[in-house]
Design a protein around this ligand. Structure first.
Ligand code: NAI
Length: 298
């Protein structure tokens, strides 16, 4: 089987000045994509800005014979997001792939987290992914082709101490991904999300030292690039990825328990049945979930 290539395709990768985004941009460029390397160039908590990191990645891609332009706009503002997509149109005439990867951390235990710490993290992850996808969507619709890869996190899917803001944002991206997947279907626009684990400046203080060698950023990018490729037929899915392992993560609903006389006490008495997982349903739309509730009445 032939290698998967992106010749003639244009990709936007946000937050591509460091870590995962940088590795995604390098791989996409190596496989022939023209890449907009976006990065605000700030610190881990989102403070500050610098055009340096994006420019350095572009320099590396160009040196390797690839095609890329740098962009240092902020994903979290409509003007910034529009400018990022416009950079792709101006430099390369189209946009086929959006990898929403930009992110910041402002960890604090729930009781101590300020409203500003909560809002600013949602702004970059959720609003940023929404805004950049929103800017690219009309172009993708017009050409009846597009691939969007969002960056969720195990912290969002499963929760994590000290990350109420971050985990809310990362689970929010699952909803965004699923709905873009549904709405994009007719125009061959596919949206999927990854929940990665890799050694970067974001995780080096949190992960055990032995993860550094095995949980590399290069072990995440092949999945991102595959989800960004035209041969990927899945949409609305979430994949956990790290250290060479890729697994589908899905939202499932247990078989449940139903009565015509639901009371607090009947819920208490049937709690073990309500908590049963098997055989689970795995609705891929709200309609499928609703029809399961309908069926239980028959
Ligand atoms: P990183 O800090 O190396 O990369 C994030 C990049 O986003 C930085 O280069 C930063 O300058 C950029 N950025 C931040 N705010 C921006 C904004 N408003 N506009 C444009 N660029 C902005 O961290 P890492 O680990 O590479 O993270 C990449 C993504 O992966 C993030 O969304 C993160 O939440 C997610 N993630 C990472 C995990 C890991 O194990 N490293 C685990 C789960 C999720």
């Amino acid at each position: 089987m032939s290698d998967l290539r992106f010749d003639g395709k244009v990709a936007v990768v946000t937050g591509a000045g460091h870590g995962l985004g940088r590795a995604h941009a390098l791989l996409l460029a190596e496989r022939g994509a023209a890449v907009v390397v976006n990065d605000l160039g700030g610190a881990l908590d989102g403070s500050g800005a610098s055009a340096g990191p994006a420019a350095e990645v572009v320099e590396l891609i160009t040196k390797n014979g690839g095609s890329a332009v740098a962009n240092a706009d902020n994903v979290a503002t409509p003007e910034g997001a529009d400018a990022i997509v416009q950079a792709a149109i101006d430099a390369f005439g189209r946009v086929d792939v959006v990898v929403n990867n930009a992110g910041i951390l402002r960890d604090k235990s729930f009781g101590k987290m300020s409203v500003e710490e909560f809002d600013s993290v949602l702004a970059v992850h959720v609003r940023g992914s929404y805004l950049v996808s929103r800017a690219a969507f009309p172009h993708m619709k017009e050409q009846a082709y597009g691939r969007i890869v969002n960056t969720s996190s195990p912290a969002g899917l499963f929760g994590n101490f000290g990350q109420a803001n971050y985990s809310t944002a990362k689970m929010g991206l699952v909803g965004l991904t699923k709905t873009i997947g549904i709405e994009g279907a007719r125009a061959n626009i596919k949206a999927n999300a990854i929940a990665p684990i890799a050694w970067t400046r974001m995780t080096e203080a949190l992960l055990p030292a032995e993860f550094e060698a095995k949980f590399t950023v290069e072990a995440i990018s092949p999945l991102v690039a595959f989800l960004a490729h035209e041969s990927c037929e899945s949409t609305g899915e979430v994949f956990s990825v790290g250290g060479g392992r890729v697994a589908r993560v899905f939202v499932a609903e247990g078989p449940g328990w139903r009565t015509d006389d639901l009371t607090m006490e009947s819920i208490r008495d049937n709690w073990p049945t309500i908590m049963t997982e098997q055989p689970y349903l795995q609705p891929t739309t709200l309609g499928q979930q609703a029809s399961a509730s309908m069926k239980a009445m028959l």
